[in-house]
Ligand binder design. Sequence first.
Ligand code: FES
Length: 163
Amino acid sequence: MRRSHASPARVADAPLPTDAEAEWAAGALGRAERALAAVGGEAISRHIFLCGISEKQQCCARAEGEEAWAFLKMRLKQLGLANAGRDGGIVRRTKADCLQICHAGPIALIWPDRVWYHSCTPAVLELIIQQHLIGGVPVAEYRLLPAPQRGAGIDQTGDQSGA
Ligand code: FES
């Protein structure tokens, strides 16, 4: 079924939220802001998203994905990377339900660095943790995209800054 878009006149006719709805929304926003602060807020320096146990289960076998996810959780905790006040910032992790690559997984994405990794077995994740999440240097041999060329004038994202 086709979805229709509301015309400007219909949007203008839409009922305004009641005081109770507005109060609930403001309360929800406050709760969200407090939740973000509780997980690190501005102190979060990197976030790793890992697909290995998605519903599609296309980038790797479930057992491989489960092993990778369990390893990542265990190592980040062991190394204290999510600890408040950590030098270098807090590292968060999220189990992603398909990063839309669907081959050569488990697949990982590191925010805000825009670095994608393939074949994220525990051994590869250990490299990523040590070299990238702790050391700040992406692991070149497991990147899905090569590092942007410095000074080339245009990088792989189309950014023409040359930085
Ligand atoms: S199923 Fe893992 S990236 Fe799609």
